[in-house]
Ligand binder design. Structure first.
Ligand SMILES: Cc1ncc(COP(=O)(O)O)c(C=O)c1O
Ligand SMILES: [Zn+2]
Length: 422
C-alpha cells in the first residue's frame, strides 16, 4: 500500500492528519482528497512492476492505493476492476472517429463501476476495524457494497430510494445486506444515512462523502492508461512510461466517478508515468443536470435541481462531489454535457448493436454525450477517445425494454415465422 499521509480539503486546501478527519472537511464540509507519499511510491514502484502483476483486479495497483491488502483471495473482492478495453470498429465509425475504445465496467462482479469504490472502502473498513458498513445508494453503490461486504463477511446496511429498479434491490437482498427502501429521493436516503451512521456507529461509504470512494474509482484511470498503452502498440511492462488517451467520456451523478478518474490520472502524471491527463467529459441527463448547469454558468457553486431522469443511477438533486467534478472537467480541459433521456435510450441501442455492450441507461449516457461533443468540435476525428460504460443493462430491464422495443409473438409454425419475417 501507499503511505497515507493525510487528507487535503478540495475546497479550502486545509491539510488533515489521518486521525483528524474521517469523511468531509471538518471546517467547511468540502470533499477530502487523500494524500499519499508520491515521492516514496515513485521510488519503490515502476510501471513495469504493475504491468507484470498477476492480479487481474484493482489490487494490481495496491502500491498506489491508501489501503492494506484486504486478503479474501478467491472471492469477488479480488475481482473488482481490470475490465476489458474494447476497440469496437463499427461503433468507432458510427461515432465519426478514427480511434475509439469502450471500457466495459458492467463486467464488474456486481455489474457496475461501483465495485471499485466498494472494494477499497471494505478494505479500509477492515483496516480500521469497523463492525458494520452502511451506504445510501441509487442501487449500484449499494449492490457493490453489499457484494464486497458479503465477500469479506462484513455486515452491511443499505438505504436506497423506493423507486430503485427491482434487479438492483434483488441484488442488495441476495447479498444479505439489511435493506431499507426510503420513501423519498436518493438525496433523502443520503442524508438519512449520514444521521444513521452517526447514531449507530456505522462506517459510512456514501459516495463522495467517504474519501476512499474516489481512491477506488481512480483505479479505472490506471487501467485505462495501462490497457491503452498496449492497445496502441506499446509495452506497459517495457519502458518507464504509459500512454494516456486524449479524451475520456463518463456519465455523472454525484460526480465521484469523474473526480476519481481525475485523481487517478493526476497521480500517474505526478509519478511521471504519463505525460498528460486526458480531457475529461462528464455527461449528465438534461433531467439531472446540476453539475452541467454550474459548468455552463462558470459557477463555483452547485445549485440543486429536481432530478427526474430515467437513468436512475445518475438521478441526483444535489451532487455530493460536484465541485471536484467541476475541478476534473476544468483542469483537464474537458467539458460537461447534458443529453436528453431519449438520446440515452438510443445510445443503449447503438452500444449493444455496434459494440455488443449491454449498458444500463446511466452507463450509456457517456456514449450519448460523444455525438454532441464531436458536433461541437470538442473532440476531433483524430482524437483517441475512451468511453466508459459504468453499468450492466441487466440492472434495469424495464429501461432496456423501453430502448429495445417489444418482440413479436408468433404461433409455433414455420408459416407463422415466415409471415412474421416478412
Ligand atoms: C452505472 C452508473 N453510472 C454512473 C454513475 C455516476 O457516478 P457518480 O455518482 O459518482 O457521478 C453511477 C452512480 O451510481 C452509476 O451507478
Ligand atoms: Zn475545507
Amino acid at each position: 500500500m501507499g503511505e497515507l499521509v493525510g487528507y487535503r480539503c478540495s475546497t479550502c486546501n486545509r491539510d488533515y492528519a489521518p486521525d483528524e478527519a474521517t469523511y468531509t472537511c471538518p471546517a467547511d464540509g468540502g470533499n477530502l482528497d487523500v494524500v499519499l507519499d508520491w515521492t516514496a511510491i515513485g521510488r519503490q514502484t515502476r510501471p513495469a512492476d504493475i504491468a507484470r502483476s498477476t492480479e487481474d483486479s484493482v489490487w494490481r495497483y495496491l502500491p498506489l492505493l491508501p489501503v492494506a491488502d484486504p486478503g479474501h483471495f478467491g472471492t469477488p473482492l479480488r475481482a473488482a476492476g481490470w475490465t476489458p478495453l474494447y476497440a469496437p470498429e463499427r461503433l468507432c465509425r458510427a461515432a465519426g472517429l478514427r480511434n475509439l475504445w469502450l471500457k466495459d465496467d458492467g463486467r464488474n462482479p456486481t455489474g457496475s463501476f461501483k465495485d471499485r469504490a466498494s472494494a477499497i472502502v471494505v478494505a479500509r473498513a477492515q483496516q480500521v476495524g469497523v463492525e458494520t458498513v452502511v451506504t445510501a445508494s441509487t442501487g449500484n453503490a449499494g449492490a457493490a457494497l453489499a457484494g464486497m461486504a458479503a465477500a469479506a463477511g462484513l455486515p452491511a446496511v443499505i438505504l436506497a430510494p423506493n423507486t430503485a429498479p427491482p434487479a438492483k434491490v434483488a441484488q442488495l437482498l441476495m447479498f444479505g445486506a439489511r435493506v431499507f427502501l426510503v420513501e423519498g429521493t436518493y438525496d433523502q436516503a443520503f442524508d438519512l444515512t449520514l444521521e444513521a451512521a452517526q447514531a449507530f456507529g456505522w462506517y459510512c461509504r456514501n459516495t463522495g462523502h467517504n474519501p476512499f470512494t474516489a481512491e477506488g474509482k481512480k483505479t479505472a484511470a490506471f487501467e485505462i492508461c495501462e490497457q491503452f498503452t498496449a492497445a496502441v502498440g506499446g509495452d506497459p511492462a517495457g519502458g518507464g512510461k504509459w500512454s494516456a488517451p486524449d479524451a475520456v467520456f463518463v456519465s455523472v451523478g454525484d460526480g465521484n466517478i469523474i473526480s476519481g478518474l481525475d485523481i487517478g490520472f493526476e497521480n500517474l502524471r505526478q509519478l511521471g508515468w504519463i505525460d498528460h491527463v486526458p480531457r475529461l467529459f462528464g455527461v449528465q441527463s438534461e433531467k439531472s443536470a446540476a453539475i452541467y448547469n454550474a459548468f455552463v454558468a462558470g459557477a463555483q457553486k452547485i445549485v440543486p435541481v429536481r432530478a427526474t431522469t430515467l437513468a436512475d443511477s445518475i438521478s441526483v438533486d444535489l451532487p455530493r462531489d460536484g465541485l471536484r467534478a467541476l475541478r476534473a472537467v476544468r483542469r483537464s480541459g474537458g467539458a460537461c454535457l447534458a443529453v436528453a433521456d431519449e438520446d440515452i435510450l438510443a445510445a443503449m441501442r447503438v452500444l449493444a448493436r455496434e459494440a455488443a455492450v449491454f449498458a444500463e441507461p446511466a452507463g450509456a449516457a457517456a456514449y450519448a454525450g460523444l455525438g454532441p461533443a464531436v458536433e461541437r468540435g470538442l473532440v476531433s476525428a483524430q482524437d483517441r477517445v475512451v468511453v466508459l460504460n459504468t453499468g450492466s443493462g441487466l440492472k434495469d430491464v424495464k429501461s432496456a425494454m423501453q430502448a429495445a422495443g417489444a418482440a413479436k409473438v408468433i404461433e409455433p409454425s414455420l408459416a407463422a415465422l415466415r409471415h412474421a419475417l416478412d
